[in-house]
Each structure stands twice: as structure tokens, then as C-alpha cells.
Design a protein. Structure first.
Length: 404
């Protein structure tokens, strides 16, 4: 029996025959072979032959990428055919998505996102600064799955994106995951799907992906970063507030002991207190008497920082060669929040006091306190050992070993 074009068979010594698809076989353009897991006269084989005609393989720098083009003309990425079962499952799924879209299924991610952005859950419930962050990840979601029916997205696919796409940026992965989860959850009671697959993926530690700045980081930053970024760093350190809230801080009067602040993320009123050294930095910050500003953090030209403007200036500062440690050690503005919490815990503040000052959940403060307590206990243990070393030394080193 004649086999379809590009399909050939291989017979094994045990008598079994296997069928493979190898486009451009025995030429310089030959594709890696794809195993067809069906017999030639079967219905499945006929289905596979039709699907094979819609495959595409692209070689770049020695690596092959595979795609399937559905009935609407959309190309779906596929896994490598080395695992033929996973490969054909992905082909079948891509084909099914195309058929649903062609049939007029409007329950796609593109439709979900469009409806979500019109609803108050987006226009009112999400603060403006946070909304800008949402938009970046919503765009990623739309590019990845825009025409896919929402009901077809599986937890394994999401976890694969988190593991591969955000391996080096876990904080970004956390935001991507939470954004996707929020959109899908909003779509459930509106008929887009019946469950939320994001709930079956690994959860990121909401605060644990950021490291506090070591002392040398402050030295490097204040030496090489533009001066109009300095006060914001001090504000992050002394108040423990998030970047979006720091940028929007109002300049306190000389007699004020605190800075009024409502956290954008939680809408909670935070009783920010002014440390004496921080007060000196605030008072020393330049102001234009002819053009007074209500905001505390100003650019060099005297205008208040916008969130996007500050973020751009911050990124450019970190791109400087002397600031390489910030990229290498993944030191970000949010790490100052950890510095603030650790400072307060180390001087003996209770977890409740720290929670009130920085506006962090009691659970997260407790998580940090366990780490700080380890250092306290280690220091205390060494003090005890020092005080009793003379009586322990002979039991450890023996009587013949002289002290240095």
C-alpha cells in the first residue's frame, strides 16, 4: 500500500512496523521525524495525515520549533515530537481551539479582557498605579492566549509559563500569576469557564522574592545614582512603604511627626512616622519657594515624580556599570521594605508595632521575625559560650592544648 507523501515505515526485528513523517527527507532541509501512532487503514491515521499537512517546523541556531496552523489560520506552538504522545495531544488541542473559534465561540481571552476592562472591577477597584502594572501583564496574557477559549487553558500550561518565562524574575511571575487569576475569577460567574486553573499552580511568596539591601548597596547607589532619586530611597528605608506610595507622599510640615498616607494596594490608612534622621533629610530636600509643591519627591527640575517617570529613571540608573550589583543580586526598591521591617524587629519592636508602622500583614511580619529571631538567638548563644568558655574549654580541646 502506498503511503502519503513524506510518510515512511520502519520495520523492527520483532516484526512490528512504525510509521514516521519526515518532510524533506534526505535533503539539507529535512525535518526531525514525527512518529504516527496509528495503523495506515485506521481512522486515526487518516486524521493524522490531514493534521500533518498543517504542521510547520522552523530551525534556528540548531534548535527546532514546531507549530500547527488551525482552520482560522492561527499558528499554535507545539512541544517537540520526541514525546509523540504529548505532541499529538497538543496538535489535537490546537485543532479543537481553531474549530471553536471558527464556530463563533466568543468566550476567548480577548473577549474576557475586553469585558473586564469595561467593568468597575478594573476601572474603579484597581488603583491607577496598580492598573498600569496590570496592563503590562494583561497584554502578555492577550498575546499568549488571546484567541483561545478561556475554558481550554490548563494548570500545566500556566505552570510551564511560570517555570520557564519567569525563572529569573519570580516577583514578575507572582504578579503575572495574580493578574491571570483575577481575570479568570472575574470571568467564572460570567460564563467563561467553571473553575480557575491558576489555583492549581504553585503560589509565589508574596513578599519573599525580594532581598533587603546590604550596606554596600546604599554606598554604591548614593555615589552613582542621580541625586533626585536619593530621597525616595531614604523614604523607602525609613517608612517601609511601597514604591507607588512613596512617590505619592505629601511633603510634611516642619512641625509634623508623621506623613498622612493611604496605601494604594490595600486602601488602608498608614500612620507613617518620621524618624529624626529622616526629618533632617526631608528638611534638606531642595524646594522652589516661587513654585511650591505639595509632593515630597521631586525631579531635579522641581516637578513631582510620576510613577512611570520614576520607574524609567530608576531603570536607567541601574543600567550604569558601577550599579551592576543591583542587577546581579536582584536588588529592587521593594527590598527596602524588608530593610525597614528588619530594622524595627532587630531593635525590639513587637510584630504588631512593625505591622502598624509599615502597613504589612501580621502574617508576613511574623515570617520576617522568625529570621530576625535566629540572629538574636545566635548572638545570645555566642555570648553564653564566651561567658562559660573557661570551664568548657578543657572538655572540648583537652588540658594539653594551650590557649592562644
Amino acid at each position: 500500500m502506498a503511503l502519503p507523501e513524506h510518510v515512511h515505515s520502519i520495520s523492527k526485528p520483532n516484526g512490528r512496523t512504525y510509521y514516521y513523517y519526515s518532510k524533506f527527507r534526505r535533503t539539507g532541509r529535512e525535518w526531525p521525524r514525527v512518529r504516527i501512532t496509528a495503523e495506515p487503514l485506521s481512522e486515526e491515521f487518516a486524521k493524522r495525515v490531514i493534521q500533518l499537512d498543517k504542521l510547520d517546523a522552523v530551525s534556528a541556531e540548531g534548535a527546532w520549533s514546531w507549530f500547527f496552523t488551525d482552520v482560522t489560520g492561527r499558528r499554535h506552538p507545539l512541544p517537540a515530537p520526541a514525546d509523540h504522545r504529548s505532541f499529538w495531544e497538543a496538535v489535537d488541542k490546537a485543532e479543537a481551539i481553531g474549530i471553536r473559534v471558527q464556530a463563533g465561540n466568543t468566550r476567548s481571552f480577548r473577549a474576557l479582557i475586553a469585558e473586564f476592562k469595561k467593568h468597575r472591577a478594573y476601572t474603579e477597584d484597581i488603583a491607577e498605579g496598580t492598573r498600569e502594572q496590570y496592563d503590562r501583564y494583561i497584554e502578555m496574557i492577550e498575546v499568549a492566549w488571546g484567541d483561545d477559549p478561556v475554558e481550554t487553558l490548563e494548570a500545566t500550561t500556566i505552570q510551564g509559563v511560570l517555570d520557564k518565562g519567569f525563572a529569573d524574575t519570580p516577583s514578575a511571575g507572582r504578579v503575572f500569576r495574580s493578574t491571570l487569576s483575577r481575570i479568570i475569577s472575574w470571568g467564572i460567574p460570567r460564563g467563561f469557564r467553571k473553575d480557575n486553573p491558576v489555583e492549581h499552580t504553585e503560589r509565589y511568596d508574596s513578599e519573599g522574592t525580594y532581598s533587603p539591601w546590604p550596606p554596600e548597596a546604599f554606598d554604591v547607589f548614593f555615589e552613582h545614582a542621580r541625586v533626585d532619586l536619593h530621597l525616595a530611597v531614604y523614604s523607602g528605608l525609613f517608612t517601609g512603604q511601597r514604591k507607588v506610595d512613596v512617590i505619592n507622599m505629601l511633603r510634611p510640615k516642619s512641625t509634623d511627626t508623621g506623613i498622612p498616607l493611604i496605601a494604594q494596594k490595600t486602601q488602608d490608612r498608614i500612620p507613617v512616622q518620621i524618624h529624626s534622621e529622616y526629618r533632617g533629610l526631608i528638611d534638606a530636600a531642595p524646594t522652589d519657594k516661587d513654585k511650591p509643591q505639595l509632593r515630597l519627591h521631586l525631579r531635579a527640575d522641581g516637578e513631582p515624580w510620576s510613577y512611570e517617570g520614576f520607574k524609567t529613571a530608576w531603570g536607567r540608573a541601574l543600567d550604569k556599570k558601577p550599579m551592576a550589583m543591583f542587577r546581579e543580586k536582584r536588588l529592587v526598591f521593594h527590598g527596602l521594605r524588608k530593610n525597614a521591617v528588619n530594622m524595627l524587629l532587630e531593635v525590639g519592636c513587637t510584630e504588631e508595632e512593625v505591622s502598624a508602622i509599615v502597613g504589612m500583614s501580621a502574617q508576613m511580619v511574623h515570617h520576617y521575625s522568625k529570621e530576625v529571631s535566629k540572629f538574636r538567638m545566635a548572638k545570645r548563644a555566642m555570648q553564653i559560650l564566651e561567658s562559660r568558655w573557661s570551664e568548657q574549654r578543657v572538655h572540648v580541646l583537652g588540658a594539653k592544648k594551650k590557649e592562644v
